[in-house]
Design a protein around this ligand. Structure first.
Ligand SMILES: Nc1nc2c(ncn2[C@@H]2O[C@H](COP(=O)(O)OP(=O)(O)OP(=O)(O)O)[C@@H](O)[C@H]2O)c(=O)[nH]1
Ligand SMILES: [Mg+2]
Length: 300
């Protein structure tokens, strides 16, 4: 009886038009979408795994590397020119010490899962890869790119056009990272994305050592920088018309510096490291992929 009376009281209160009830109704109507948004954005952030972007000119060995890591086998799958992005899920143990050959699922160890994104190297398909870098800055909950592996064919750099092809794509990527750090007007900078230049095919005797690849790439990036800035000047009516802000937007590294070095990217919170290795080749013919794996494992 008592319960009956109290429910009746509550019902009566709710159904009588009164200020508190109207306010309560408005609060529910207004707060529900906000709560729903908070709930949904929280759950998507949870399922987005950290990812590592593998980019580089065609034929560098990106797909070979990704399939070798995915299969945990010494031999990669036979590859062909990639036309689409291929994403694989990999895992490393909590302290990042497990080898890519370890099957963490089988051993039941606690593993950090992450994605490796193999992108096509063809010039016409690079837009999507570069767009991933610029969208990563706009909202934090989107693709969580933790690192970039930029692959080059260490034996093709000395060939005709090999160095130019390797450097021009790298220029675009580094410039995207630089603008991403400098281009935000919010005080909070986006998380830094380090770059590994993976000098591949070290098993071939024509492959250059990592230190030489580093200086050659730096020199070529410096040349590209000069060429592009001259293009900017001559395409405008007069030098005075050049908006200095847009000009420095296209200038990689320390503005006005004579030669480019990867160390200049530190100003934009971007570490660049060059490590040689090889995906295929006989045991002992080269350093293999272990150093690259260790680098990747330390960044995810
Ligand atoms: N000798 C040698 N050859 C390699 C090595 N890694 C990859 N290759 C070969 O290089 C060729 C190109 O490799 P892919 O993995 O298809 O190159 P990619 O970077 O994915 O190229 P795109 O998909 O066109 O951008 C293949 O024939 C590989 O077998 C290596 O470490 N040493
Ligand atoms: Mg490929």
């Amino acid at each position: 009886m008592d319960l009956h009376a109290s429910t009746k009281g509550v019902l009566e209160f709710l159904l009588t038009p009164s200020i508190p009830v109207v306010i309560l109704g408005f609060a529910v109507v207004l707060l529900f979408p906000i709560f729903l948004h908070w709930f949904l954005s929280r759950s998507t952030a949870y399922i987005t795994l950290p990812s590592v972007l593998v980019a580089g000119p065609p034929g560098a060995g990106k797909t070979a590397l990704v399939t070798r890591l995915e299969r945990r086998a010494p031999k990669p799958a036979s590859t062909y020119t990639s036309q689409t992005t291929n994403i694989v899920e990999l895992a490393v143990n909590e302290d990042g010490t497990s080898s890519y050959k370890d099957d963490l699922d089988a051993s039941g160890a606690v593993a950090k899962k992450f994605l490796v994104v193999d992108t096509p190297g063809h010039g016409k398909l690079r837009g999507a890869t570069l767009a991933r870098l610029t969208t990563a800055s706009s909202t934090a909950s989107e693709t969580k790119i933790k690192a970039i592996v930029y692959m080059v064919d260490g034996a093709a750099l000395s060939e005709d056009g090999g160095l130019a092809a390797a450097a021009s794509y790298l220029y675009d990527i580094l410039l995207a990272l630089q603008n991403r750090m400098g281009g935000t007007n919010s005080s909070k900078a986006p998380p830094a994305i380090p770059v590994l230049v993976a000098a591949n095919k070290a098993d071939l005797f024509t492959a250059l050592p990592a230190a030489l690849i580093k200086t050659q790439l730096e020199a070529e990036l410096g040349r590209i920088r000069t060429t592009r800035s001259k293009g900017l000047l001559s395409s405008s009516v007069g030098a005075d018309d050049v908006d200095s802000a847009t000009e420095s937007d296209d200038w990689l590294g320390e503005y006005g510096s004579k030669s480019f070095t990867f160390a200049q990217m530190r100003e934009f919170d971007t570490e660049v490291e060059v490590i040689a290795g090889n995906v295929v080749g006989a045991e002992g013919a080269g350093p293999g992929v272990d150093k690259w794996w260790t680098w990747i494992a330390s960044k995810v």
